[in-house]
Design a protein around this ligand. Structure first.
Ligand code: GLN
Length: 307
């Protein structure tokens, strides 16, 4: 299969749609991004990463970081993770608080904000947010094979300054005794991992282990156990796009995760990892043109899980 040709076709096909959707503005630093940007990259088993458009430009991965923190926390604490977070889709917005009270402070899944705050808490030992962030960075840098990957501190600060909703979620979780570390410590780690800046190429490469049973197919290093990898993919398929998850499965049929920076990560099991970036979002917070590009990709490759 000629993936370079396929990517070239996709960039032409989405061209009339560039700029569609609305850039996230609730994090002021994200509002400045050019909505016409588009990049896409595919990483395959041999470690080759093919890219098109602005595939080398770093963007704010936002909620896509939740996949990596989820994987690390699940591998760290095992089934204990499920005591404080579920694995059901919500049908609600990513930052919704509405189900939390009725469901006794147990967020529906690790890929919405409340669930990711629980997950972040599990990554932190002895109130040390910096060590947790360093761990996430090390994993991403090693598997994306780029030690320069870092956090956009301006985005992290911008989100923290306007972070009333996430603070509400975190304090509400704390009121149930569901955070082991101090609320502001957990939030500082949460805001920073959301502000990780990676290019499509780096993101696709770093996530390749999710397509190959939890093992980086290039280095042979295991990041998560195979049965956990299977479950992470299942949660991505059912919960990766908030109240848009059913629509995404319907159109694309791959485990995926959106972020309000306009990125989408999609996993094609046994084939590869795909990252796409286009900042304009639909109402649920999923990249409009990114989803379109992925739809084209699965039509051309037959990579849908249901092909
Ligand atoms: N950092 C963002 C937030 O917490 C992530 C949301 C997203 O990408 N959907 O609101």
């Amino acid at each position: 299969m000629d993936l370079d040709r396929i990517l070239a076709e996709i960039v032409d096909e989405i061209a009339p749609h560039r700029g569609e959707g609305r850039v996230a503005t609730y994090i002021p630093a994200l509002a400045r991004v050019d909505p016409r940007k588009f990049g896409m990259a595919i990483a395959t088993r041999d470690g080759a990463v093919r890219g098109v458009g602005e595939a080398d430009e770093r963007f704010s991965v936002q909620s896509i970081s939740k996949v990596f923190t989820f994987a690390l926390a699940l591998e760290k604490v095992g089934a204990k993770l499920w005591e404080r977070v579920g694995r059901e889709p919500t049908g609600s917005a990513f930052n919704s608080i509405v189900q939390l009270e009725a469901e006794k402070g147990v967020p529906r899944n690790p890929l919405i904000n409340a669930g990711a705050i629980i997950v972040t808490d599990h990554l932190i030992e002895a109130n040390d947010a910096d060590a947790a962030i360093q761990w996430v960075l090390t994993v991403l840098r090693d598997h994306a094979e780029d030690q320069s990957i870092g956090i956009d501190e301006e985005v992290a600060a911008s989100e923290s300054e306007t972070g009333a909703r996430n603070r509400s979620l975190a304090w509400f979780l704390a009121s149930f005794g569901h955070l082991d570390n101090a609320v502001e410590t957990v939030l500082s780690a949460y805001f920073r991992h959301c502000a990780l800046a990676l290019s499509c190429r780096q993101l696709a490469r770093a996530a390749l282990f999710l397509a190959f049973d939890g093992e980086d197919p290039v280095t042979g290093e295991r990041i998560v156990a195979p049965q956990r990898c299977r479950r992470i993919n299942a949660v991505m398929m059912t919960c990766g796009h908030y109240d848009n998850s059913g629509e995404f499965a319907f159109r694309i049929g791959l485990p995926g995760k959106s972020g309000v920076g306009g990125g989408i990560l999609a996993i094609a099991p046994k084939k590869g990892a795909i990252a796409v970036w286009s900042p304009g979002l639909n109402d649920a917070g999923t990249s409009t043109v990114g989803a379109l590009a992925l739809e084209r990709l699965i039509e051309k490759t037959g990579w849908s899980a249901f092909a």
